[in-house]
Design a protein around this ligand. Sequence first.
Ligand code: GLN
Length: 277
Amino acid sequence: MKIEEALKEASLRLSSLCQNPSRVAKILLMNYLDVSIEWIFLNQKKEFDESGYFALVKRYENYEPLEYITGEAGFYGLTFNVKKGVLIPRPETEILVEKSLEILSNLPARNEPPLVAEIGTGSGIISICLALNSNAKIIASDISDDALNLARENAAKFGVEGRIKFVKCAYLDQIYGRFDLLVSNPPYIARDYELDKFVLNEPHEALFGGAAGDEILKNIVLVAKNRGVKYLACEMGYDQRESMQNALKFNGFEAEFYRDLAGFDRGFVAKNIFVNF
Ligand code: GLN
């Protein structure tokens, strides 16, 4: 089949599934043939064996996210490896990275690098971006072996494997030390919230936080208090501001909330008022 015919057929098949079917058709073809977008434009009449390409189209028709099919996702200007079984990075999480970097750059000067802990590192994006943009030493946890393996792979891809220690545990259960900053983008979606079919192909333990959704976030606030962390920065759901405000206040944190680019409440940075700075 000719390139142009395959793209046309794929776009048609994908048209009911996404906003921009011709873009998805091209990305799948670039991935399948391992070629650039320019190559595709210049080789419209070229014949190729389309069966493997339509196998990728079929995966998308089965609601497999594009990032799992291509094995890559962009985040904070970088291309991270992604895999089925681990949450795909979301653009709003870049704000959490920015907020965390702000906290780190405003810490009082010291001889030692600041210590950061991350709960639920997933593909490692947050810890890796912090390692690349600060001098922090980082320890990151996850309960999933798939996530930890992928996070280690990504850390090595960006040359920061020596700056981040990845530990298999829940919360900070197997991790010792006092941290300047605890950061997390935990599962925070309520169990009965209706998600799109592509999102449902992501790991449910990375998405759902419990019946209300904010259960894990509240546990993280308790961990932050008990471990005496100086700052806590977390992403959260659009409707969790009030409950997190209460939990943070009750546990001795002064919080500032931030919104995402769509204008929804999306997270907070909080300062522990019981820790001397
Ligand atoms: N920290 C990872 C991310 O922000 C994973 C988060 C998660 O699995 N809930 O993408």
